[in-house]
Ligand binder design. Structure first.
Ligand SMILES: *[C@@H]1O[C@H](CO)[C@@H](O)[C@H](O)[C@H]1NC(C)=O
Ligand SMILES: *[C@@H]1O[C@H](CO)[C@@H](O)[C@H](O)[C@H]1NC(C)=O
Ligand SMILES: *[C@@H]1O[C@H](CO)[C@@H](O)[C@H](O)[C@H]1NC(C)=O
Ligand SMILES: *[C@@H]1O[C@H](CO)[C@@H](O)[C@H](O)[C@H]1NC(C)=O
Ligand SMILES: *[C@@H]1O[C@H](CO)[C@@H](O)[C@H](O)[C@H]1NC(C)=O
Length: 429
C-alpha cells in the first residue's frame, strides 16, 4: 500500500507531460481527473526506479513490524491443500468487474461502493486494510479524492476505533466504521473499514481514493485483524472462496483487465491452472501464520537456461510494480541477460531497452515467461533501461524470499484461493 501511494504521486511529477489514453478501456464511473502535484522537484528515471524499490521495501518493513506486534493472535493454517483444478463453483457466486490501470501499468484499480457511495480502489494482494478518506479530512490528499460522508449513509455505523498505517515518508490514520460494501454483484454486510481523516501528501495524485487489501486477515491493522472484504464475502456465503486477476497492459488497448470475485474469468486464460499451496509467513519465532500470498518457487530461467535455484519462495503482490529479489538471485538472473550491468551507485541493474531476453519463473512445475517489455521500467537514455528485476529484498533474513509484483503478474492469469489457500497461475490467452 505504501508503495503505490508514493509511486503514483511521483509519476505525475516525472511524467506529467505524458498522458496515455486507454481509449477502449471502459472507464470506471468513480474516476476523476487528478490535479498535478503541487510539489516541484523532479526525478530522473533511475531515481524513479529506486523510489519504486524503496517504497516497496518500506511496505514490507512496515508489514513485518505490524506482524511482529500481533503475536497475541496467531492464525494457523490447517487447511489441506488439494491441486484439484476443476472444482465446480456456483456461477451464482461469482462476478467479474473491470480493472483499470494507468500510464506505465503502475497500479490496478476497481470500483466499489461503501454505503452506496462510489470509490475507486487500488486492489492490493500485498496488504489487508480497506480504507477511504472521510469527508471531514482537510488535508490536500483528501480534498483531491472521493470521500465518505457518514451522514449520507443510512446503513453506516460509527465504530470509532483508531487505526493508522505508515508508508515510506507518509502516513494515513483515522477511525473505523461499519457499512455495507458492494463489489461487482455482491455486498459484504457490516464490513469494518477505515475512515481516514489524515492522509499525507504522498496520496495527493494517487488515481484511487483508497486501498482494498486482499491478503489474509492477520495483516489487517484495524480492530485487531478485522476480516478483509473478501473474508466477509466468503463468511457471508456471498461468493465462492477465491478471486482472480487478469492484469492488462495500458499498451494493449483492446485487452480489458478483470477481477473475478468468487471464480475465474475463462475468457482470459488458456490451458490449466496450476495451484501452489500458500505457506505461512515466518515473521518471527513466535509468529508464523497465513499473512501474505507466499508460495514456493521451483526455479527461474533466462532464455530457457535454468539457473538451478532451490528453496526459494515468493510473495505474490498485485500492489507492487517491480520484482525485488535477494541480491545474489537478482545478480544471477542478470548475469544471463546480454548487456546487463549493475549500476553500483544506485544498486540497480541496467539492461538494453531493446533486450529480447526472456526471463521465466517456474511455479508448480510450469515455466511462466515474462515478456521482455515487462523487464524494463524507466529508460535512462535511448538505449539503456532500468531492469524491473531489482536487488535488495531480504524479508526473511535468509535471502530466499522473492517479491513478485506486476511485471510478472501481467504475464499470467492469477487465481487466489482462500479456502485451500493457494495461488494458481495459467497462461494468458
Ligand atoms: C472525523 O470524523 C470522525 C468520526 O467520523 C472523528 O472520529 C474524527 O475525529 C474526525 N476528524 C476530524 C479531523 O474532524
Ligand atoms: C498506530 O496504531 C498503533 C496500534 O495499531 C498504535 O500502537 C500507535 O500508537 C498508533 N500510532 C499513531 C501515530 O497514532
Ligand atoms: C496528520 O498526521 C501528521 C503526522 O503523520 C501530523 O503531523 C499532522 O498534524 C496531521 N494532520 C492533521 C490535519 O491532523
Ligand atoms: C539494440 O540496439 C542497439 C543499439 O542501441 C543495437 O546495436 C542492437 O543491435 C539492438 N539489438 C537488438 C536485439 O535489436
Ligand atoms: C543476504 O544477502 C545480503 C546481501 O547480499 C548479505 O549481506 C547477507 O549476508 C545475506 N544473508 C544471508 C543469511 O545469506
Amino acid at each position: 500500500m505504501k508503495l503505490t501511494f508514493m509511486k503514483l504521486a511521483f509519476l505525475f511529477v516525472i511524467f506529467s507531460a505524458l498522458v496515455i489514453h486507454d481509449i477502449n478501456a471502459r472507464p470506471l464511473h468513480t474516476i476523476r481527473l487528478t490535479r498535478r502535484d503541487r510539489t516541484s522537484g523532479s526525478m530522473d528515471s533511475m531515481g524513479y526506479a529506486k523510489h519504486l524499490r524503496d517504497a516497496a521495501l518500506n511496505k514490507y518493513k512496515n508489514s513485518k513490524e505490524i506482524m511482529e506486534k500481533s503475536s497475541s493472535k496467531i492464525f494457523n493454517n490447517h487447511a489441506t491443500f488439494k491441486q484439484s483444478n476443476n472444482k465446480a463453483y456456483s456461477k451464482k457466486k461469482q462476478s467479474t468487474i473491470d480493472i483499470k490501470d494507468i500510464q506505465f501499468d503502475d497500479a490496478y484499480f476497481a470500483a466499489i461502493q461503501i454505503g452506496n457511495q462510489n470509490f475507486n480502489m487500488l486492489m492490493d494482494t500485498g496488504s489487508s486494510n480497506i480504507f477511504v478518506p472521510n469527508t471531514n479530512c482537510t488535508t490536500a490528499a483528501c480534498q483531491n479524492h472521493n470521500s465518505f460522508d457518514t451522514k449520507k449513509s443510512k446503513t453506516f455505523k460509527e465504530e470509532g476505533n483508531p487505526w493508522n498505517i505508515t508508508f515510506g515518508t507518509g502516513a494515513a490514520s483515522g477511525v473505523t466504521g461499519i457499512d455495507n460494501v458492494k463489489i461487482g454483484d455482491f455486498t459484504a454486510e457490516k464490513q469494518i473499514f477505515g475512515l481516514a481523516d489524515n492522509l499525507s501528501d504522498e496520496f495527493v495524485n494517487l488515481e484511487s481514493d483508497g486501498i482494498c487489501g486482499l491478503a489474509f486477515d492477520s495483516l489487517n491493522t484495524m480492530d485487531n485483524h478485522a476480516p478483509t472484504l473478501i473474508s466477509t464475502l466468503i463468511k457471508q456465503k456471498k461468493i465462492n472462496p477465491l478471486f482472480s486477476f487478469h492484469l492488462s497492459r495500458v499498451s494493449n488497448f483492446n485487452d480489458q483487465g478483470t477481477l473475478t470475485i468468487g471464480g475465474v474469468d475463462n475468457s482470459k486464460f488458456k490451458g490449466k491452472i496450476t495451484f501452489n499451496r500458500v505457506i505461512n509467513t515466518p515473521i518471527s519465532p513466535t509468529v508464523n501464520t497465513l499473512a501474505f500470498w507466499l508460495i514456493n518457487v521451483d526455479d527461474a530461467s533466462v532464455n530457457k537456461k535454468s539457473l538451478a535455484f532451490k528453496g526459494r519462495n515468493a510473495i505474490i503482490d498485485t500492489g507492487t510494480s517491480t520484482i525485488i529479489l535477494p541480491d545474489n538471485d537478482a545478480a544471477e538472473i542478470h548475469s544471463q541477460i546480454p548487456g546487463a550491468t549493475l549500476d553500483t551507485k544506485s544498486g540497480m541493474f541496467i539492461i538494453p531497452c531493446n533486450t529480447t531476453s526472456t526471463v521465466a519463473f517456474k511455479f508448480g512445475g510450469v515455466d511462466f515467461e515474462i515478456n521482455p517489455k515487462d523487464l524494463i521500467t524507466a529508460p535512462i537514455d535511448g538505449s539503456n533501461c532500468v531492469s524491473s528485476i531489482v536487488p535488495g529484498f531480504n524479508f526473511d533474513g535468509k535471502n530466499v524470499t522473492w517479491l513478485v509484483g506486476t511485471p510478472f503478474l501481467k504475464n499470467v492469469y492469477s487465481v487466489f484461493r482462500v479456502e485451500n489457500p493457494s495461488v494458481g497461475f495459467a497462461h494468458n490467452k
